[in-house]
Design a protein around this ligand. Structure first.
Ligand code: CTP
Length: 400
C-alpha cells in the first residue's frame, strides 16, 4: 500500500536529527503523500525551510503570522486537513509542551487542533530521554492516544552511546504505512458488539446486576471503528462515553432489552462480538412499588433470561462470525469449550477471575482465545485497549 493522497503534517523541532526530517519528507512524497511541514523556531536552526519547501512544494509554516503581509496561518485548518501528524524529531521540550498544552509555537497549536492521529518520534540525549520528566511526558502523550515511535539505541550526537536516537526515516514510513493499512482492515464490515452488565429490576429502586464496567466491549467498539468498521454497540448501564462517527450506540438496561436489540440488528451484520455480562436470571415479579422491609426472610423467585449468544448462534449464517466471552472461576478451559459448542460460537475469549488484573473493574485483562476446534492462544496481561486489537486480529482477521 502506498500513501497516495494522504495528507501528512510533519512537525520538526530543534534537534540535530532534524536533518533526517528532509529524508523523511522525501520518502513520504515518494509514497504519494502530500506533506505540510510545520517547524519550530529552534528547528529552523538545524534545517532550512527552503530545503523543506523545495521537497514538499509547499511553504513551510513556522510563525502564526507572515511578518510582511500579516497573513494568519490557521493551525485549525491544518488540524482538519491532515490524515496524520508526525512529529519527527520531537525534542524533550516539545514532548513537555505537547503533554501539557503549552501552545507557544505553531507546532504545538497545530498539535492541539489536530483531528487526526499523531505519531511522535523522540530524539535526544540518552540521559534526557531516560529522565523521569521525559518519561512522564511520554506516558501522558500515550494516554492521550498518541503513538510514540520509540527512539533507537546507538551512538548519539554527543558521542555517548544509548537510547535516544530518532528512529530511521524508513522505519517511520513503515509504521505510518502499517497504520493506514490497519485503518482499513475492517472497512465495509458491520459489527454488533454487546457490552457492560444488565440490570434486572426488582422494584423502582433496586436491581440485580453485576460488576461489569463495559470497558472491554467499548475498547473493542473503538478499535473496530478505527479499523473502518461500522459498529452497533448495544450497551448495558455503564458510566462510559464513546464518540466516533462510525459507532452507533444503543443503550439498554435489562437482558430482555439487550436480546431484543441484538436479535433485531444481527441479520444485518457480518460479525457479532458478545462481550456483555448478561444476567442469567431476572426476578419473576417486578414490584411497582418499593419492597418494604418485613421481619421475615425475603425469598426472590428468579426466572431465566433468554441466552442472546445461543440465539444468535442459532440464527447465524455461513458468512457470519460469532465471538463470545467467558468469565470463569474454575475449570476455565473446559467450561469455555462447552460454551463454544452450546452457543455455536466461532471463537470464545476466556478470562479467569483467578488471574490478578483480569476480569471486571480493571483496565487490564488477560485472555485465552479458543476456536471451534479447541485451538488455544494465550495473551499476556495488557490494557483492554491493546487487547482489543489482539482479539480482532486473532478472530475477525485470522482467516482473511
Ligand atoms: N451471553 C448472552 N446472553 C445470556 C448469557 C450470556 O449473550 N443470557 C453471552 C455472553 O455475552 C458471553 C457468553 O454468552 O459472550 C458467555 O457468557 P457466560 O455468562 O459466561 O455464559 P452462561 O451461558 O451464562 O454460563 P454460566 O453463567 O453458567 O457460566
Amino acid at each position: 500500500m502506498s500513501l497516495k493522497g494522504k495528507h501528512i503534517v510533519l512537525g520538526i523541532t530543534g534537534s540535530i536529527a532534524a536533518y533526517k526530517a528532509a529524508i523523511l519528507t522525501r520518502l513520504f512524497i515518494k509514497e504519494g503523500a502530500e506533506v505540510q511541514v510545520v517547524i519550530t523556531p529552534a528547528g529552523k536552526e538545524f534545517i532550512t525551510p527552503v530545503t523543506l519547501s523545495a521537497l514538499t512544494g509547499k511553504p513551510v509554516v513556522s510563525e502564526f503570522f507572515t511578518a510582511n503581509d500579516g497573513t494568519w496561518h490557521s493551525h485549525v485548518d491544518l488540524g482538519l486537513w491532515a490524515d496524520l501528524m508526525v512529529v519527527a524529531p520531537a525534542t524533550a521540550s516539545t514532548l513537555g509542551k505537547m503533554a501539557n498544552g503549552i501552545a507557544d509555537n505553531m507546532l504545538i497549536t497545530t498539535y492541539l487542533s489536530m483531528k487526526a492521529p499523531v505519531f511522535i518520534a523522540p530524539a535526544m540525549d540518552l540521559d534526557m530521554f531516560a529522565h523521569p520528566s521525559t518519561q512522564r511526558n511520554i506516558s501522558i502523550l500515550k494516554s492521550y492516544g498518541n503513538q510514540i515511535i520509540e527512539p533507537a539505541s546507538g551512538e548519539l550526537a554527543s558521542h555517548l552511546i544509548g537510547k535516544g536516537r530518532m528512529e530511521e526515516p524508513e522505519s517511520i514510513v513503515k509504521e505510518v504505512k502499517a497504520y493506514f493499512e490497519k485503518k482499513k482492515s475492517l472497512s465495509g464490515k458491520r459489527i454488533l458488539i454487546t457490552a457492560g452488565p444488565t440490570y434486572e429490576r426488582l422494584d423502582p429502586v433496586r436491581f440485580i446486576g453485576n460488576y461489569s464496567t463495559g470497558k472491554m466491549g467499548f475498547a473493542l467498539a473503538e478499535e473496530c471503528a478505527c479499523r473502518g468498521a461500522e459498529v452497533i454497540l448495544v450497551a448495558g448501564p455503564v458510566a462510559l462515553s464513546i464518540d466516533h462517527p462510525q459507532i452507533h450506540r444503543i443503550d439498554v438496561e435489562s437482558a430482555d432489552e439487550m436480546y431484543h436489540e441484538a436479535t433485531t440488528v444481527f441479520p444485518s451484520v457480518d460479525v457479532a462480538i458478545l462481550c456483555a455480562a448478561v444476567a442469567d436470571y431476572r426476578p419473576e415479579i417486578k414490584s411497582e412499588t418499593k419492597i418494604k422491609r418485613k421481619g421475615d426472610n425475603l425469598n426472590l423467585a428468579l426466572v431465566p433470561n433468554k441466552d442472546i449468544a445461543a440465539e444468535l448462534g442459532r440464527l447465524k449464517s455461513e458468512k457470519q462470525l460469532l465471538v463470545g466471552f467467558a468469565l470463569e472461576t474454575d475449570n476455565e478451559q473446559e467450561n469455555a469449550k462447552k460454551k463454544v459448542e452450546k452457543k455455536n460460537l466461532d471463537y470464545i475469549v476466556l478470562n479467569s477471575l483467578r488471574n490478578p488484573g483480569a476480569g471486571f473493574r480493571t483496565d487490564t485483562n488477560q485472555v485465552t482465545i479458543i476456536d471451534r476446534n479447541g485451538n488455544e492462544d494465550n495473551f499476556e496481561l495488557k490494557l483492554k485497549t491493546a487487547l482489543a486489537s489482539d482479539i480482532i486480529e486473532q478472530t475477525l482477521l485470522k482467516n482473511k
